[in-house]
Design a protein around this ligand. Structure first.
Ligand SMILES: C[S@@+](CC[C@H](N)C(=O)[O-])C[C@H]1O[C@@H](n2cnc3c(N)ncnc32)[C@H](O)[C@@H]1O
Length: 267
């Protein structure tokens, strides 16, 4: 059920996830905190990039953070340990076969995972099963269709489209940010509220120029280059131009926009 994971598990990708998380911490997590005593499932925690923020913001809550990748879990444990956090337990589990009893968790959190799954609706149904009635589920996803930038560039758009196409071929959906509302409603979640979180970058925001344009978005697209070229979706020269044009938007006269979507609902 899990689609081939298009970003891979390299150390470069692990670093990108950490850069992404630290750049976007306030934007994505400012309004997420869980009451003391609550038990929270973080599904698809990866290398723990979001886990540190979650656990730090809710010191009285207990987190069970699961991922299908043992290598990522090793890194996640190290990251959370280095942050001195003791309220997280990591487990290697598949979202589609979670070994927890029904209604086990007070809250569920899932970030940048559904986009990689062939059946995100089914994943939400599995997550809903282990959530208590009245508990919340939070879903955060990006949508590569929301990326626009200056200077405009057809090669840059083509490179982004290659990533979207690769992810689709792998069974995922890089445009899923527009879908959490219907997916959650379909999964029986009620009171769903989606808040778009736009990242706007220009030279007056140097941390985002580096942290978002270069280290998050362009790094993510560039990570798909070798596979896109290997599958003859694009030639190496055009790919290089696309990446250079994305990086060009980080120059003093460039601008960049991208929107994440955060959905919260109640079982
Ligand atoms: C893009 S990473 C996001 C990690 C983390 N949530 C973050 O935002 O940094 C997606 C993660 O989902 C995990 N994943 C994919 N399919 C899964 C499944 N069926 N069960 C558990 N984890 C899964 C992958 O191993 C990967 O670590």
């Amino acid at each position: 059920m899990t689609a081939e994971y298009v970003h891979g598990y390299s150390s470069t990708e692990a670093g990108r996830l950490a850069d992404q998380a630290s750049t976007l911490t306030d934007l994505l997590h400012c309004d997420t905190s869980y009451p003391a005593g609550s038990l929270v499932l973080e599904a698809g925690c990866g290398v723990g990039a979001q886990t540190v923020t979650l656990a730090r913001k809710s010191p009285g809550a207990t987190f069970i953070s699961v991922d299908i990748s043992p290598d990522s879990l090793v890194q996640a444990k190290a990251r959370v340990g280095a942050a001195g956090l003791t309220n997280v337990t990591f487990r290697q589990e598949d979202i589609f076969s979670l070994p927890f009893p029904p209604a086990h968790f007070d809250h569920v959190f899932v970030c940048f995972v559904l986009e990689h799954l062939a059946d995100p609706g089914k994943a939400l149904a599995h997550l809903g099963r282990v959530l208590k009635p009245g508990g919340s589920i939070t879903v955060i996803e990006g949508d590569h269709g929301s990326a626009y930038f200056h200077p405009e560039s057809a090669p840059a758009r083509r490179a982004v489209q290659c990533l979207v196409d690769l992810q689709r071929q792998a069974g995922g959906d890089a445009l899923i940010g527009r879908r959490p509302y219907p997916l959650l409603v379909e999964a029986g979640v009620r009171d769903v509220r989606v808040s778009p979180r736009m990242v706007y970058v220009d030279a007056s925001r140097p941390a985002l120029v580096d942290g978002f344009i270069r280290k998050t978005f362009t790094a993510m697209v560039d990570g798909a280059g070798a596979e896109a070229i290997r599958r003859k979706m694009i030639d190496a020269e055009s790919w290089g131009k696309g990446i250079r044009d994305l990086e060009r938007t980080a120059e003093p006269d460039g601008t960049f926009c991208y929107t994440f979507f955060k959905a919260v609902g109640v079982k």
